[in-house]
Design a protein around this ligand. Sequence first.
Ligand code: AMP
Length: 126
Amino acid sequence: MPIDATLPYDDANIFARILRGEIPSKKVYEDEFALAFHDINPQAPTHILVIPKGRYVSWDDFSAHAPDAEIAGFIRAVGHVAREQGLVAPGYRLLANVGAHGHQEVPHFHVHLFGGRPLGPMLTRP
Ligand code: AMP
Protein backbone atom coordinates (compact mmCIF):
# COMPACT_ATOMS: atom_id res chain seq x y z
CA MET A 1 0.00 0.00 0.00
CA PRO A 2 1.34 3.46 -0.84
CA ILE A 3 2.10 5.61 2.18
CA ASP A 4 1.12 9.14 3.18
CA ALA A 5 4.42 11.02 2.85
CA THR A 6 3.21 13.79 5.18
CA LEU A 7 3.12 11.49 8.21
CA PRO A 8 5.92 11.66 10.80
CA TYR A 9 8.84 9.24 10.56
CA ASP A 10 8.01 5.72 11.79
CA ASP A 11 10.99 3.98 13.40
CA ALA A 12 9.33 0.59 12.81
CA ASN A 13 9.59 0.84 9.00
CA ILE A 14 11.50 -1.92 7.24
CA PHE A 15 14.44 0.21 6.14
CA ALA A 16 14.89 1.57 9.68
CA ARG A 17 15.07 -2.05 10.79
CA ILE A 18 17.66 -2.82 8.10
CA LEU A 19 19.72 0.19 9.24
CA ARG A 20 19.60 -1.08 12.84
CA GLY A 21 20.71 -4.54 11.67
CA GLU A 22 17.46 -6.15 12.88
CA ILE A 23 16.76 -7.71 9.50
CA PRO A 24 19.28 -8.70 6.83
CA SER A 25 19.96 -7.00 3.53
CA LYS A 26 22.27 -7.73 0.61
CA LYS A 27 24.54 -4.75 1.19
CA VAL A 28 26.51 -3.31 -1.72
CA TYR A 29 27.86 -0.12 -0.10
CA GLU A 30 27.85 1.75 3.19
CA ASP A 31 29.39 4.98 4.44
CA GLU A 32 28.68 7.65 7.04
CA PHE A 33 25.62 8.96 5.21
CA ALA A 34 24.13 6.13 3.19
CA LEU A 35 23.47 2.42 2.88
CA ALA A 36 22.91 0.67 -0.46
CA PHE A 37 21.47 -2.83 -0.82
CA HIS A 38 19.78 -4.99 -3.44
CA ASP A 39 16.01 -4.63 -3.79
CA ILE A 40 14.26 -7.81 -2.59
CA ASN A 41 12.02 -7.79 -5.68
CA PRO A 42 14.27 -6.60 -8.52
CA GLN A 43 12.68 -4.92 -11.54
CA ALA A 44 15.90 -4.93 -13.60
CA PRO A 45 19.14 -6.96 -13.66
CA THR A 46 20.57 -4.33 -11.32
CA HIS A 47 18.07 -2.90 -8.85
CA ILE A 48 19.70 -1.30 -5.83
CA LEU A 49 18.13 0.88 -3.16
CA VAL A 50 20.19 3.70 -1.67
CA ILE A 51 18.93 5.12 1.62
CA PRO A 52 20.21 7.89 3.87
CA LYS A 53 21.12 6.92 7.42
CA GLY A 54 19.03 9.79 8.78
CA ARG A 55 15.34 9.57 9.66
CA TYR A 56 13.57 11.01 6.58
CA VAL A 57 10.19 9.85 5.32
CA SER A 58 10.58 10.85 1.70
CA TRP A 59 12.44 12.95 -0.86
CA ASP A 60 10.25 15.84 0.28
CA ASP A 61 11.28 15.46 3.93
CA PHE A 62 14.95 14.90 3.01
CA SER A 63 15.23 17.85 0.63
CA ALA A 64 13.47 20.17 3.08
CA HIS A 65 15.09 19.13 6.36
CA ALA A 66 18.40 17.29 5.92
CA PRO A 67 21.58 19.26 6.63
CA ASP A 68 23.67 20.09 3.57
CA ALA A 69 26.37 17.58 4.54
CA GLU A 70 23.82 14.74 4.64
CA ILE A 71 22.40 15.73 1.27
CA ALA A 72 25.84 15.97 -0.31
CA GLY A 73 26.96 12.72 1.28
CA PHE A 74 23.86 10.90 0.09
CA ILE A 75 24.06 12.20 -3.49
CA ARG A 76 27.74 11.28 -3.68
CA ALA A 77 26.96 7.79 -2.36
CA VAL A 78 24.35 7.22 -5.09
CA GLY A 79 26.86 8.26 -7.77
CA HIS A 80 29.57 6.13 -6.19
CA VAL A 81 27.37 3.02 -6.20
CA ALA A 82 26.41 3.54 -9.85
CA ARG A 83 30.09 3.87 -10.83
CA GLU A 84 31.10 0.89 -8.70
CA GLN A 85 28.41 -1.23 -10.37
CA GLY A 86 29.74 -0.32 -13.85
CA LEU A 87 26.53 1.45 -14.81
CA VAL A 88 27.83 4.76 -16.12
CA ALA A 89 28.88 3.68 -19.62
CA PRO A 90 25.74 1.62 -20.42
CA GLY A 91 23.54 4.06 -18.52
CA TYR A 92 21.07 3.72 -15.68
CA ARG A 93 17.97 5.23 -14.08
CA LEU A 94 17.33 6.80 -10.68
CA LEU A 95 13.84 6.92 -9.22
CA ALA A 96 12.40 8.27 -5.99
CA ASN A 97 8.72 7.58 -5.33
CA VAL A 98 6.91 10.04 -3.06
CA GLY A 99 3.59 9.43 -1.35
CA ALA A 100 0.40 7.98 -2.76
CA HIS A 101 0.62 9.13 -6.40
CA GLY A 102 4.30 8.19 -6.49
CA HIS A 103 3.37 4.77 -5.12
CA GLN A 104 5.90 4.99 -2.30
CA GLU A 105 5.54 1.89 -0.11
CA VAL A 106 8.37 2.22 2.41
CA PRO A 107 8.31 5.40 4.52
CA HIS A 108 12.08 5.89 4.69
CA PHE A 109 13.48 7.97 1.82
CA HIS A 110 15.15 5.81 -0.81
CA VAL A 111 16.41 6.11 -4.35
CA HIS A 112 16.01 3.17 -6.73
CA LEU A 113 19.01 2.56 -8.98
CA PHE A 114 18.10 0.50 -12.07
CA GLY A 115 20.42 -0.80 -14.76
CA GLY A 116 21.75 -3.79 -16.64
CA ARG A 117 19.43 -3.56 -19.65
CA PRO A 118 17.74 -0.88 -21.78
CA LEU A 119 15.04 0.41 -19.44
CA GLY A 120 12.50 1.65 -21.95
CA PRO A 121 10.32 4.71 -21.62
CA MET A 122 10.15 6.52 -18.33
CA LEU A 123 6.51 5.74 -17.52
CA THR A 124 3.89 3.33 -18.82
CA ARG A 125 0.34 4.52 -19.25
CA PRO A 126 -2.24 3.02 -16.85
P1 AMP B 1 8.82 2.18 -3.05
O1 AMP B 1 7.58 1.75 -3.75
O2 AMP B 1 9.58 3.24 -3.81
O3 AMP B 1 8.58 2.55 -1.60
O4 AMP B 1 9.80 0.92 -3.09
C1 AMP B 1 10.03 0.08 -2.00
C2 AMP B 1 10.97 -0.99 -2.48
O5 AMP B 1 11.49 -1.66 -1.35
C3 AMP B 1 10.31 -2.07 -3.35
O6 AMP B 1 10.98 -2.12 -4.61
C4 AMP B 1 10.50 -3.36 -2.57
O7 AMP B 1 10.75 -4.48 -3.37
C5 AMP B 1 11.69 -3.01 -1.68
N1 AMP B 1 11.78 -3.74 -0.43
C6 AMP B 1 10.82 -3.93 0.49
N2 AMP B 1 11.29 -4.63 1.54
C7 AMP B 1 12.60 -4.87 1.29
C8 AMP B 1 13.64 -5.54 1.97
N3 AMP B 1 13.43 -6.12 3.17
N4 AMP B 1 14.86 -5.60 1.40
C9 AMP B 1 15.07 -5.04 0.19
N5 AMP B 1 14.13 -4.38 -0.51
C10 AMP B 1 12.92 -4.30 0.02
